[in-house]
Design a protein around this ligand. Sequence first.
Ligand SMILES: C[S@@+](CC[C@H](N)C(=O)[O-])C[C@H]1O[C@@H](n2cnc3c(N)ncnc32)[C@H](O)[C@@H]1O
Length: 265
Amino acid sequence: MSTLLLDRPELYEAWFPDPDATAARFVADVAVRFGAPGERLLDAGCGTGRDAAALAARGWTASALDLAPAMVEHVRRHHRAVDAHQGDLRTLDLGRAFDVVSCLDSTLLALHDTADLLAALRRVAAHLVPGGLFVAEMRNGAFLLTAAAHRDLLGGETERVRTHDGVAYTARTLLAVDHAAQLLRRRRTWTWPGGEHTEHTAWRLLFPRELTDLLDRAGFDVLALFDTPGPRTDEPWHPDAALGTALTRDRLHVVARRRDLEETS
Ligand SMILES: C[S@@+](CC[C@H](N)C(=O)[O-])C[C@H]1O[C@@H](n2cnc3c(N)ncnc32)[C@H](O)[C@@H]1O
């Protein structure tokens, strides 16, 4: 999958600013709250590497993985404290284990087939020490397949304009749910002076129970599954906040612990 933002990391950060490193703070707070065994982290689907870099600045030993070559190059150029790798979650093989693997902003849902999701989660488990934590954030299938989602999110094309490096970029975005395939499909048309580009992207929609079952099959115990608060929810993330377990909102956050090998087999 190639999109304008994945090819242009600086524009990605301008488009999705996170000036307070909310996503990195979320990972760090969750790791403490759920007893991560240490501070060696792999950010899987790291994008620009800003979350891994923010964690490195807090004392973590941070590694990062992404499929998009431009993103990995950006991490290597801008975040020297982060050990960056280009690769696919489904075939991840770094030859070492971490205390925490994070996977934020629906990275996991770029995998549409159940077999691919399971392969990726098994590779994640293989890169965690026993007791290590998988911390993930993604769109919530249980919300997106409701009437509320159709009212609040899927109601029609939206338009957003942002100026970056003196160039005004306009994105017209249409989201739609493909119920049969359990995919959230996005058509986005970019225009800027002298250019136009249309891209089609999709994310798998997982129900909470499907996610829990996949994690179980990959060798994890789910410690928490909550819709709010999180790094991208209306209710801002707070380390001591009660976790919303109704799972009726747009985002799903999961914390899962890798079982001991004897328990997994
Ligand atoms: C929405 S971005 C999230 C980036 C970053 N984690 C954040 O929260 O800002 C999803 C990232 O996942 C990466 N990605 C998608 N499929 C992947 C795969 N199979 N293996 C590794 N990375 C993948 C994309 O290249 C992209 O950088």
